[in-house]
Ligand binder design. Structure first.
Ligand code: C5P
Length: 417
């Protein structure tokens, strides 16, 4: 079983521990589940507490352990119904004969059996017991009922048992169980992505191109940005199932299929249009625009006439659009770009923090073969520290291919949220 460990979605797992000697393995199971980034809450039956203490699980999971159904104090925190709703998956490991029998018959006389009835989450059981108890007709009958009820039964391993018997009934190793859970979410995520696209249903706003800062009615200050990267990204996001709005500075590019375009000229207009998008609903904001850092302090009402050998134009700083959006309370996932000519990675990492971005894609525009007007690009992508994702090197490729890889990077980061 091999898959990229960094792209397991963030999920909540209830690990239910029941009475059996294999309960000691569940302590390690908590650690392995947390290694995959899962949030783990442990529920223990009374039987389990004869083998291992709740304190062990509390320390390992970092969450309070749930043991009682009718404990007013526990119910005041996270009650059994909330717990049932919190779970993305309930894993019962080890699952005793008694618990399996309760599940099969719909009993609800303790926290775990009640939780089983109250949750909509998938339930997995990992039976662990003496080989004779495993083979008993009643146990097999109950397991059959569970399978028919939609419970996933993880087959026990064969081997030497704590009681000295040899046969089926050992709980699989914690590493193996944790990997099976991770693979389940990974596969589910892949299936959704393949069917609907990596950014299905997401609302994306992209700023692109240069801005034009007027000096007088006929002249302006601008830069060489062509908007190609932003337009290619808009097409890639749309192809990935997103609803895309391009806030475009003055560029001569066709609007990609399916993308809404809002044309702007100045940085102030770009900021206004971007803020409007935020109000309308935006999940991902991607700032590819080469926004002019300064605008003319006082735009002349009429064409400035030629006079004298020198002309002084006073400039004032433009707002930083991406940083302004990142400061809003209901902020989208923020992606910035950085074009640098030296110390590329160092400057980009600094901007990621200073502008409070989630992700930044940077490139070295001093390289003659990539960048502004080129059809190709090569980038390094950094994620904010909280995502625990390694930086990614996107090798030189067409802006379309780079866009596809950026969509994947955004998708992977969103999974960690
Ligand atoms: O600070 P610098 O201009 O290098 O930052 C680049 C990033 O910030 C890009 O994502 C760019 O679109 C964004 N930016 C912005 N508003 C500005 C300046 C830059 O959104 N005024």
């Amino acid at each position: 079983m091999s898959f990229d460990l960094s792209v397991i979605p963030h999920k909540n797992i209830i690990l239910a521990v029941t009475g059996g000697i294999a309960a000691y393995k569940s302590a390690i199971l908590v650690r392995r589940l947390k290694d995959f980034g899962f949030d783990v809450r442990v529920v223990m039956t009374h039987g389990a507490q004869a083998f291992i203490t709740p304190l062990t699980f509390q320390a390992l999971s970092g969450n309070p352990v749930h043991t009682e159904l009718l404990d007013p104090e526990a119910e005041a925190g996270m009650g059994h119904i909330e717990l049932a709703r919190w779970a993305d998956l309930v894993l019962v490991a080890p699952a005793s004969c008694d618990t399996i029998a309760k599940f099969a018959n719909g009993l609800a006389d303790d926290l775990l059996s009640t939780l089983y009835l109250a949750t909509k989450a998938p339930v997995w059981v990992a039976p662990a017991m003496n080989q004779q108890m495993w083979a008993a007709k009643a146990t097999q009958r109950n397991l059959q009922t569970l399978v028919e009820d939609g419970v996933h039964v993880i087959m026990p391993d064969a081997g030497e048992q704590a009681c000295g018997d040899v046969g089926l009934g050992r709980m699989p190793e914690p590493e193996d169980l944790a990997r099976q859970v991770a693979a389940y979410f990974h596969k589910a995520q892949r299936a959704i992505a393949e069917k609907f696209g990596l950014l299905a249903g997401k609302r994306v706003t992209i700023t692109a191109g240069p801005t034009r800062e007027a000096i007088d009615p006929v002249r302006y200050i601008s830069n060489h940005s062509t908007g190609k990267m932003g337009f290619a990204l808009a097409a890639a996001c749309y192809a990935a199932g997103a609803k895309v709005t391009l806030v475009a500075g003055p560029v001569s590019l066709d609007t990609p299929n399916g993308v809404e375009r809002i044309n702007v000229k100045s940085a102030m207009q770009m900021l206004d249009a971007s803020m409007n998008q935020l109000e309308e609903g935006c999940d991902i904001f991607i700032a590819t625009a080469a926004v002019a850092d300064y605008r003319v302090a006082e735009v002349a009402e009429h064409k400035i006439k030629k006079a004298g050998d020198e002309l002084a134009v006073s400039l004032v700083k433009n707002p930083d659009i991406v940083a302004t959006i990142a400061q809003q309370q209901q902020r989208p996932f923020m992606v910035g770009f950085a074009a640098e000519t030296r110390n590329v990675e160092e400057y980009a990492a600094g901007k990621l923090v200073a502008k409070k971005l989630d992700m930044i894609a940077c490139n070295d525009v001093s390289r003659p073969d990539i960048g502004f007007a080129s059809d190709e690009n090569a980038m390094t992508v950094f994620f904010a520290q909280s995502y625990h994702l390694e930086k990614r090197e996107l090798e030189k490729a067409s802006k379309q291919e780079i866009s596809q890889q950026l969509v994947e990077a955004i998708h992977d980061a969103l999974l960690q949220k």
